[in-house]
Design a protein around this ligand. Structure first.
Ligand SMILES: *[C@@H]1O[C@H](CO)[C@@H](O)[C@H](O)[C@H]1NC(C)=O
Ligand SMILES: *[C@@H]1O[C@H](CO)[C@@H](O)[C@H](O)[C@H]1NC(C)=O
Ligand SMILES: *[C@@H]1O[C@H](CO)[C@@H](O)[C@H](O)[C@H]1NC(C)=O
Ligand SMILES: *[C@@H]1O[C@H](CO)[C@@H](O)[C@H](O)[C@H]1NC(C)=O
Ligand SMILES: *[C@@H]1O[C@H](CO)[C@@H](O)[C@H](O)[C@H]1NC(C)=O
Ligand SMILES: *[C@@H]1O[C@H](CO)[C@@H](O)[C@H](O)[C@H]1NC(C)=O
Ligand SMILES: *[C@@H]1O[C@H](CO)[C@@H](O)[C@H](O)[C@H]1NC(C)=O
Ligand SMILES: *[C@@H]1O[C@H](CO)[C@@H](O)[C@H](O)[C@H]1NC(C)=O
Ligand SMILES: *[C@@H]1O[C@H](CO)[C@@H](O)[C@H](O)[C@H]1NC(C)=O
Ligand SMILES: *[C@@H]1O[C@H](CO)[C@@H](O)[C@H](O)[C@H]1NC(C)=O
Ligand SMILES: *[C@@H]1O[C@H](CO)[C@@H](O)[C@H](O)[C@H]1NC(C)=O
Ligand SMILES: *[C@@H]1O[C@H](CO)[C@@H](O)[C@H](O)[C@H]1NC(C)=O
Length: 655
């Protein structure tokens, strides 16, 4: 139970002054006051943040087994998306110019003969708070042919248009969710209209549409929205408050889009026509009172059609739109209810980043302008849950209750499904959904913005976690390329420049009919190209200049400074895209590609000696803003994931 000493330690009781919750200030007609470009679909049946009971459709929603592979909806969607990627892929590869290789002829023949011969591309953006949002956004901006300068010399613009999947987790999930919920908006547009980080989520945005918004009414709105959900009979937790607050910076409406659902992405025109990639957000299963063990936590994915897991603990999927319906044994009983709206885009993005609940708790007590009723709301939200479980997002009822064949799995018998931040199992890059044989992905551009070292740079812990997991039973036979230890990454500079893993398909031993050669991984680590992008995971606000510098640094990382560092980089990106397809079709590797693979593929060399702290300096130019934890500074450990876990442990000590 949550006890007074702990509350005091967070300073919450001091906030719990009895101030009435102001009447709800929801705009009644969201469309009318939305002066910005209308986007996505605010289609929660309650018209608000709360889920609502709806009449069940003629064919009631059910839970399906993962044994069938992908959902029918995803399979149908792929029939539109895969062909739509051909033209952008031809343009990208032609522009790169692989000498001696006719990309257009190759891809056209492949597309005409058998679409599955075509390269199948995915982009994965890691967690790491705003740092991950900004660095990941820099990569996506560079990959997006709509970005100014992205298709010039040294550019990789069009990679996004050529991609089938776009996955994100935690801070990377904010980026992916924000792009998709805002009608597949560009990074530049979101940067200028929505990603306003100079005022933290604790104080809220300056304006609501045309009127000035103060911190009290901002929090009044949020608490009101979350109370609506609770009053409608649904479980609420800190994740609800966190997700709602976050959405004012992620969903481009004056009120942070309380009624926008994640499943509504499937109903937007561009998505339906296969003109956007398929978004996937990741969260981990964690029952109250248990700890995450990276090797056996269940990895859940949210996509516009489904939420579920390929892991043998679940091995099934629920329709995202109908989460919170009374599923039991996989169906809704005659007296059961159909519910829509639990998949609020805010709640899904908040779930994937629920680690920040603790950050919210910590800071809310420290910001003077936050009104007392917010403290009351926190107290009321925390009554059902113990302190060390503050990172949990509750999905009630558990859609997988009594479903499937694995009766020994705790999820089989839990009445509530508890999910936490997708990075808590150390797999901080959302790779698991993308290495599933059913998805047949050929190449993953894995953007790693993790804070592994004391200066908040990655050392590929996330990649090792996914590799280690691939050796354990829970991976259910999925393979992943071997990756070396942290010192090798640092000593060989593999965490400072792009590195390819799993280049040689022959290096995988397939022992089971259901196994397939995993995708080639193009690892793109966060490194200082033109800005010190190693800001702490828990820095809550950024000036516009610093935000822009970090996004630009991500762009420069994606393009190697528009070719400044390697004028063959675009060729190598094109070769990485083609690699598995060439192998599948038995096409000889063009000489320029062989040259790229020689330079970018990790060849198995290990150098695991500890050579002291990793303090990289600028790879190009000096940038304009030096972030905290900058190279050369004395160790000032920004709070990484490990720091937060420490905080949770600290919290426990007070109980
Ligand atoms: C979404 O974007 C597309 C392409 O930019 C545009 O044609 C469409 O009108 C937009 N839809 C909405 C609802 O804004
Ligand atoms: C296309 O190729 C895949 C494997 O690459 C194969 O399984 C499938 O049967 C082929 N389809 C057709 C229509 O040839
Ligand atoms: C994960 O492994 C740990 C240690 O082996 C064990 O205590 C725990 O019960 C396992 N969790 C699940 C969900 O299997
Ligand atoms: C994955 O797990 C499911 C459920 O336990 C099982 O039926 C299936 O055969 C497994 N797949 C592989 C490749 O092991
Ligand atoms: C449906 O789920 C709700 C929430 O868990 C529960 O209160 C209710 O009893 C369930 N109804 C049925 C018919 O199972
Ligand atoms: C928020 O909490 C973090 C972690 O405790 C702390 O470093 C930061 O200074 C706090 N920010 C504010 C505005 O209080
Ligand atoms: C069922 O789930 C447990 C974890 O709770 C796992 O260890 C086991 O492999 C799963 N069983 C099957 C048949 O997949
Ligand atoms: C690598 O990162 C992990 C945290 O993810 C950290 O514990 C470890 O000390 C780091 N090792 C090196 C050599 O940087
Ligand atoms: C690369 O091009 C982008 C887009 O034009 C630009 O913002 C960036 O500064 C360029 N990088 C370098 C190192 O010139
Ligand atoms: C493997 O890579 C290392 C550097 O990463 C290099 O020194 C070595 O020569 C390479 N070995 C081969 C056989 O290419
Ligand atoms: C090839 O596979 C072996 C065995 O899994 C592994 O030890 C080795 O590092 C792999 N080589 C490369 C270059 O990935
Ligand atoms: C870049 O940094 C170096 C070393 O700190 C300094 O000597 C140089 O003047 C800087 N250049 C610019 C353009 O700021």
């Amino acid at each position: 139970m949550y006890t007074a000493p702990l509350l005091l330690s967070y300073g919450i009781l001091s906030l719990a002054a009895a101030e009435p919750i102001p009447p709800q200030q929801q705009p009644k007609n969201e469309q009318a006051i939305n002066l910005l470009r209308p986007r996505a679909l605010p289609n929660s049946p309650s018209g608000n943040y709360a889920p609502a009971v709806v009449p069940c459709p003629a064919t009631k929603p059910t839970i399906r087994s993962a044994a069938a592979g992908l959902s029918q909806a995803e399979t149908d969607w792929l029939k539109l998306r895969r062909p739509a990627t051909v033209e952008p892929m031809i343009n990208l590869i032609k522009r790169a110019g692989i000498s001696g290789f006719d990309a257009e002829a190759y891809l056209k023949v492949a597309a005409a003969n058998n679409i599955s011969a075509l390269p199948n591309i995915a982009i994965a953006a890691s967690g790491g708070g705003y740092r991950a949002l900004m660095n990941g956004a820099g990569f996506v901006a560079a990959a997006d042919s709509r970005t100014a300068g992205a298709t010039g010399p040294g550019g990789i613009g069009g990679l996004l248009q050529a991609s089938t999947y776009l996955a994100g987790l935690s801070g990377g999930g904010w980026m992916v969710g924000s792009i998709m919920v805002n009608n597949f908006s560009t990074v530049e547009n979101l940067r200028d209209t929505t990603w306003q980080f100079s005022r933290s989520i604790f104080v809220g945005p300056k304006e609501r549409g045309v009127s000035v918004l103060n911190t009290a009414s901002y929090w009044g709105d949020i608490v009101g929205q979350v109370s609506d959900k609770r009053d409608a009979g649904f479980e609420t937790s800190l994740t609800d408050l966190w997700g709602r607050a976050l959405s004012y910076q992620l969903i481009n409406t004056p009120d942070g889009g309380p009624s926008y659902t994640f499943s509504s992405i499937a109903e937007t025109d561009d998505f339906r026509q296969g003109k956007t990639p398929f978004p996937i957000l990741v969260a981990d299963g964690r029952a109250p009172g248990t700890k995450i063990v990276s090797l056996n936590a269940t990895v859940f994915e949210f996509n516009p059609f489904e939420m579920g897991s390929f892991d043998p603990t679940v091995y099934g999927f629920a329709p995202t739109k109908y989460l919170a319906s009374n599923f039991s044994g996989g169906t809704i009983p005659p007296d059961g209810r159909c519910v829509q709206g639990l998949d609020s885009a805010s709640f899904v993005m908040g779930t994937s980043s629920s680690l920040f609940n603790i950050f919210l708790l910590q800071n809310i007590s420290a910001v003077d302008s936050i009104p007392g009723f917010v403290g009351d709301a926190l107290v009321s939200l925390l009554t059902d849950i113990s302190a060390d479980d503050n990172d949990i997002a509750q999905y009630v009822p558990n859609p997988f209750l009594g479903w499937g064949n694995n009766r020994s799995s705790p999820i089989y018998s839990a009445s509530e499904l508890d999910l936490v931040d997708g990075g808590e199992d150390l797999q901080n890059i959302p790779l698991t959904p993308l290495i599933q044989p059913a998805r047949a992905v050929d190449v993953i551009f894995a953007v790693d913005s993790s804070a592994d070292t004391p200066q908040n740079w990655p050392n590929a812990t996330a990649m090792r976690a996914t590799y280690d997991r691939s050796l354990s039973k829970i991976a259910n036979g999925t393979l992943f390329p071997p990756v070396p230890d942290a010192n090798t990454f640092i000593n060989l500079g593999l965490n400072q420049r792009p590195t390819f893993f799993g280049c040689d398909p022959a290096n995988f031993s397939i022992s089971d009919k259901k196994q397939t050669v995993p995708p080639l991984i193009v690892y793109i680590p966060n490194a200082p190209y033109t800005a010190f992008s190693n800001v702490s995971t828990f820095t809550p606000s950024y000036s516009d200049a610093q935000r822009n510098d970090i996004i630009r640094n991500g762009f420069d990382s994606a393009t190697q400074g528009n070719g400044t560092l390697d004028d063959k980089w675009t060729v190598c990106v094109a070769c990485a895209v083609l690699s598995r397809s060439l192998w599948r079709t038995g096409t000889p590797i063009p000489a320029p590609c062989a040259e790229c693979f020689g330079r970018y593929c990790w060849n198995g060399t290990v150098d695991d000696v500890d050579r002291g702290p990793y303090l990289p300096t600028f790879k190009i130019g000096n940038g304009t803003t030096a972030a905290n934890g900058a190279a050369g500074m004395v160790r000032s450990p920004g709070m990484g994931m490990v720091g937060v876990v420490g905080l949770v442990v600290l919290g426990l000590m007070f109980v």
